[in-house]
Design a protein around this ligand. Structure first.
Ligand SMILES: Cc1ncc(COP(=O)(O)O)c(C=O)c1O
Length: 390
């Protein structure tokens, strides 16, 4: 049977890592990677994570299963972080998942169980959104979200798509730090989205994968907090991969949010049943680490401080990149006002390949760059190479 299978294309981003690693040129620059990097090019383990791991090593006395729901204290503390005060005025039934990806997949499975057949997704988006929703069996309906040449959000087009949708449809929203564009939505735009979703009876699925990397922990959840207060039901997929640097520990959660405790509990029982026939129980370690950090004031303070340092580094790099590029490429001054790790440059595939071949600057052919892949010392060179394309 195996012979009858067709070869699948390599994941473009993973293939890019291989190409970058094989390049022996000094001064090569990796803007393709999807993880945070520090000034030395490392993806560090947070100090608070190390401290929590030491505590867990001493205190953990069993490796028995943690149950379908996962770590309930992790879920409670994570929801406090995500929902803030608004989160206490609704009921959020959470299930711990293997990463944000696992949360998105369970959300898609739940949507199908609940009779939803279609999900609206802005273009461009993280490619795996389309992959995950399609693999679950949802019809993915794309609408324009961003114009890379002008670096503008096509908000009217987004609202137009939602206006044409109705009950039985879901809509994917990025909580903040949009991947791949970095384009922020204003508070007014979130209010319009919430009102439109409510009016049309469309169920929002919010993907929150970068809380703390944009404007701050509270600010990055503000749109989502407005939304959960304005619509009857929301699904929130949270990833702890970036915010806690736990990428390989596969740590995330899906929250079914409702004003009704009964409705939320129903959603949770179905999420757990769906998990049972998929991966069954989630891995323990990452969630135990987050639970330990968020349950300890000193660890929380240290984690926040380190996260804020990462955010500040990205903000500084954005400012330098925008200042360098704006004189030759005015639209790219928008990079400064964008948020999170990613921005989307209006480059052709040929230009991306030329940067790679001639200057050892690596990014996917979409033109997405990870700002955190830059070292401060690289900025001038990268600006010069981008500017030379214009
Ligand atoms: C927008 C977005 N959502 C979700 C995820 C899922 O992250 P993970 O499954 O690693 O937690 C990512 C990871 O890159 C992402 O960029």
């Amino acid at each position: 049977m195996f012979d009858a299978l067709s070869r699948q294309p390599d994941d473009a981003l993973l293939a890019l890592i291989g190409l970058y690693n094989q390049d022996s040129r000094p001064g090569k620059v990796d803007l393709g990677v999807g993880v945070y990097r520090d000034e030395a090019g490392r993806t560090p383990v947070f100090r608070a994570v190390k401290a929590a791991e030491r505590l867990l090593l001493e205190s953990q006395d069993s490796k028995a299963y943690i149950g379908l729901e996962g770590d309930t204290l992790y879920l409670e503390r994570l929801w406090n972080l995500v929902g803030g005060a608004a989160g206490r005025r609704v009921v959020a039934a959470g299930v711990q998942t293997p990463g944000g990806s696992g949360a998105l997949r369970l959300a898609a499975d739940l949507l199908l169980r609940g009779g939803c057949r279609r999900i609206l997704v802005g273009t461009p988006t993280w490619p795996n959104h389309v992959g995950i929703f399609g693999a679950a069996g949802l019809t993915v309906s794309s609408h324009p979200f961003f114009d890379a040449a002008g670096q503008t959000v096509l908000f009217d087009r987004m609202v137009e798509a939602l206006e044409a949708a109705g009950p039985g449809d879901a809509a994917l929203l990025h909580g903040s730090c949009h991947n791949p564009t970095g384009a922020p939505l204003s508070a007014d735009q979130w209010a319009v989205l919430a009102a439109t979703l409510e009016k049309r009876g469309v169920l929002p699925l919010v993907d929150l994968a970068y809380q703390g990397f944009g404007r701050g922990l509270e600010e990055d959840a503000a749109g989502l907090r407005h939304l959960i207060a304005a619509v009857p039901e929301t699904l929130v997929a949270v990833s702890s991969s970036k915010s806690f640097g736990l990428y390989r520990e596969r740590t995330g959660a899906i929250f079914a949010v409702s004003a009704s405790a009964d409705a939320a509990a129903l959603a949770r029982s179905n999420l757990m049943a769906l998990a049972r026939t998929s991966y069954s129980m989630p891995p323990d370690h990452g969630a135990a680490v987050v639970r330990t950090i968020l349950g300890d004031e000193a660890l929380t303070r240290d984690w926040r401080e380190e996260l804020e340092g990462m955010r500040a580094r990205i903000v500084g790099l954005r400012r330098a990149l925008a200042a360098g590029l704006a004189p030759v490429w005015p639209a790219l001054s928008a990079i400064e006002g964008q948020e999170g790790m990613f921005s989307l440059l209006p480059l052709t595939e040929a230009e991306v390949l030329r940067l790679r071949a001639e200057h050892a600057i690596y990014m996917p052919t979409s033109g997405r760059i990870n700002i955190a892949g830059l070292k401060t010392a690289d900025v001038a060179e990268v600006v010069a190479r981008f500017a030379a394309l214009r």
